[in-house]
Design a protein around this ligand. Sequence first.
Ligand code: GCU
Length: 417
Amino acid sequence: MKGLRIILTSIALAMLFPLGTSAQKTANYDESLIKPYSLPDPLRMESGRKVRSVRQWEKKRRPELIRLFSEEVFGYVPGKPEGVHFRELTAGEAFDGKALRKEIAVYFDAEETDSLVLLLYLPKEAKGPVPAFLGINFFGNYTTTLDPEVTFPSEAQIAADGNGYGEKPRGFQARRWPYEYILSRGYAVATFYCGDVDPDYDDGFTNGVHGTIYKAKMRTGSSWGTISTWAWGLMRAMDYLESDSSIGKVAVIGHSRLGKTALWAGALDERFSMVISNESGCTGAALSRRAIGETVGVIQSKFPHWFCRNYLKYSDKENTLPVDQHELLALVAPRPLYVASADGDKWSDPKGEYLSLLGAAPVYELYGLEALKDPDQPRVSFPVSAGRSAYHLRHGRHDIVLYDWIQYLNFADQFLK
Ligand code: GCU
């Protein structure tokens, strides 16, 4: 069954990407080759009517954009299942007694068929609720830290994952999660493994919660892809965080594919008080119509499972998309939004990420807020912000490093404390 599905997917992809299309081409990084495009106006309804008030935005245009992104790009995200509940699995001190560590199972149904495990660190000396960062990790909670007490995946979890879970060494990506520094700034941090919700490979949507919790559902063109599923996982983690009285406001953060996810979760769920996109690139912060670096066609030739099937229609036809990514960013308004790029990460189109943020400005302005307007992309290592939007271009390659976190914390200090 699984084999047949893979063959059918390959045939469908071969039909959509015959030889010579963008799936085979090397990426274009030449700005002069960008074809003229015009961006959809975030404040113009599908009907052609202009949005003139916050009320019209919130009641009409915002839901319309969420529908368009759900229908054509990511697939519809289901709501909170009835049986969601939590159980603390472990609790203890960490980092020389400076922090409290908890591991919490977030069960998706009353029967405890499936769950994610949230790793949460809190500053130990905190008085009252502390603001928190929530982000998904690529390879498992135990890879985000050298803290030896973080539970290693069980044999059953490794088998259910089928995607190399447990192979990376402890602390493999600890550099990306500077917990002690974040805690020292007075914030909590929570993370879970993406594969807890949906392992990151194309298996025809039989694994992860697609298989365990939603098995009865037929897939259509707008059924949720993996990014929607991860975003759903972020919302379930948020269900827990809002139930924990030691946690205050929550910023959702993500790098790369998980940055695309953070943006989508932040757009959908207004419980996230701040949204941070670290080098989310194609179908994240970057404008699709520039079609530079990774394009809508290229991304789907490699990662078709991230999106809904309807999105395939727009491969090499970015101009026909009913939305562009500045409108995903606009869905975060009026909440604080940080977009960051790296100069060595041309694949993510740093300039397209910045221009996208500018494209979201009219919605912030509708709320009477200042927004970034300078058409020139900020120089490397010169973070900029206006009102509730911020941007930086870091020197270096595709990654999330301490420099990025320092900027996010500085920005968060203004809004989350
Ligand atoms: C690939 C993919 C990107 C993605 C990145 C990542 O490079 O093409 O779209 O953002 O992986 O998640 O690291």
